[in-house]
Design a protein around this ligand. Structure first.
Ligand code: ZN
Ligand code: MN
Length: 499
């Protein structure tokens, strides 16, 4: 039997607001001692009244718009009732039938091309407290710091067909949340959490079969691995005529790399949802929605396309650069410096556009290569982000300009970059101080070349006899004698003339 995989995701995004969802408690309680960022409201004491966080609502509307959802004019909070020690009120304030956003989508780039994933809804809710169990399982401890932290829950349609698509969807969503600056969206820290729903069905059927929800996926790798594992497990069940016939919940065991059976899942009716009587409903005027639209910065997909179109950056490079918002900003600053420098160069003819168009491609190759490979390597080695980098975009652009004009060979440029990275020094000063300045005086270069020719009669003879490769050896000798301070192409030219 040919089976196809049906995957949908339920994602929780933790908002990085200053205060919690329904009280004024500090929202950074995860870094604080247990039970120190709490108050009667988030501890669920009787008689207290919640007040909704305005910033959390704004950010949720912006997020919903960013994933192409419609914002209904009316939205409300509901109580989702269940008992658990991490839920002091006995209910979670969430949104049931009138969420903030409906009917969105995201376009993702997969290895098999672009794919549109529809988004069912985005709603707001509060987080539960955190339970910790002692090693011997005799005790459980509750830390209420996380209680009432603002969350957005995003639910997709069952549109994904492979684990890769699920992983890429999550990565794109993380990038959007970071560009919006509403969440750190770190999966490892639990600021971005994902439950994956998966079922199989015979190819050609439209019906959906009971799904299995996989919980505890706290990395992108886990999302992919757990789904791959579950596909294999469910194929075996189908082949044995034992396909899952009820909703099930399984947890991903990262150490064993398997999914394990958990409790069977409650259905909506078990939660006895009803409108939250202590919070007024939300009305969004068209003006408010327009205002929120203006607050949305350029999103990753648009930025990638612009980098490709406007600067001629290769799509693969654009993807890497836009992956990091700071790096994307830095890149644009470097490019704008270079553009200014190029246009002000003496002896260059043409309009600004023409000059730019003529140099763009070669220049951008240098910029992306040095940014991604060289500066990127230094940042990685030192565990730093581009935000902490001491090299200003002006200085980086100057370095690129020097390389572009062949004032530096790549070995010297690498040394300079490392020096600039360490101290923040500008490249022309670093060049003078480090004695790295290129020898550009032709006479001086010729003198050195003459010495090398005199000292290496055998390779010289070889070259004259037609062994073309021998010249590379001689160039190498010159580079060594000058500690790389001459342009190897120039040396080769002079050598050829002399021999
Ligand atoms: Zn509180
Ligand atoms: Mn939820």
């Amino acid at each position: 039997m040919q089976l196809e995989t049906i995957i949908g995701l339920e994602i929780h995004v933790q908002l990085k607001t200053k205060s919690k969802m329904f009280c004024r408690c500090d929202n950074s309680g995860e870094d604080k001692p247990a039970n120190t960022t709490v108050c009667p409201v988030c501890m669920g004491h009787p008689g207290v009244l919640p007040v909704a966080n305005k910033q959390a609502i704004e950010w949720s509307v912006m997020s919903a718009l960013a994933i192409n959802c419609n914002i209904p004019n009316f939205s409300k909070f509901d109580r989702k009732n269940y008992f658990y020690p991490d839920l002091p009120k006995g209910y979670q304030i969430s949104q049931y039938d009138q969420p903030i956003g409906l009917g969105g989508f995201l376009i993702i780039d997969t290895s098999k091309g672009q794919k549109k994933i529809k988004i069912t809804r985005l709603h707001m809710e509060e987080d539960a407290a955190k339970l910790q169990h002692s090693a011997d399982d005799k005790w459980s401890f509750v830390d209420y710091n996380r209680s009432s932290t603002p969350l957005m829950e995003i639910v997709t349609e069952p549109d994904m067909r492979t684990p890769e698509e699920a992983k890429i969807f999550m990565q794109e969503l993380r990038l959007i949340m970071r560009h919006l600056d509403v969440s750190s969206a770190d999966m490892e820290k639990g600021h971005l959490r994902c439950d994956a729903n998966i079922s199989l069905r015979p190819v050609g059927q439209d019906e959906l079969f009971p799904k299995t929800e996989i919980k505890n996926l706290n990395s992108f790798k886990a999302v992919e691995r757990a789904l791959e594992y579950e596909i294999k497990r469910q194929i075996k069940l189908w082949e044995a005529y034992r396909a899952p016939d009820t909703l099930a919940t399984r947890g991903w065991n990262d150490a064993k790399q398997i999914t394990e059976e958990q409790r069977t899942k409650e259905e909506a009716k078990d939660y006895r949802y009803f409108p939250e009587p202590d919070l007024p409903p939300l009305t969004f005027t068209p003006e408010y929605i327009e205002e929120m639209k203006t607050k949305i910065p350029e999103l990753p997909q648009a930025k990638r396309l612009r980098f490709i179109d406007m600067y001629g950056i290769a799509p693969a490079d654009a993807k890497i650069i836009v992956e990091d918002k700071e790096l994307a900003n830095y890149t644009e600053q470097v490019i704008s410096e270079l553009k200014g420098w190029l246009i002000s160069l003496e002896g260059v003819e043409g309009t600004e556009e023409e000059i730019w168009a003529n140099n763009k491609q070669k220049l951008m190759k240098l910029v992306t290569g040095w940014l991604i490979n060289k500066l990127g390597a230094l940042l990685n080695e030192n565990n730093l982000g581009v935000r902490d980098c001491k090299i200003t975009p002006e200085n980086f652009a100057e370095l690129i300009a020097m390389i572009y004009q062949n004032k530096l060979n790549s070995a010297t440029a690498q040394t300079l970059l490392t020096e600039m990275f360490k101290t923040g020094i500008d490249p022309s000063h670093a060049l003078e101080e480090g004695g790295l300045k290129q020898i550009s005086d032709e006479k001086e270069i010729e003198n050195i070349i003459n010495k090398i020719i005199a000292a290496n009669p055998d390779p010289v003879a070889d070259y004259k006899r037609g062994k073309v490769q021998a010249i590379k050896f001689l160039v190498g000798q010159v580079m060594r004698a000058t500690k790389g301070k001459v342009d190897p192409q120039k040396v080769e030219e002079i050598l050829k003339n002399k021999l």
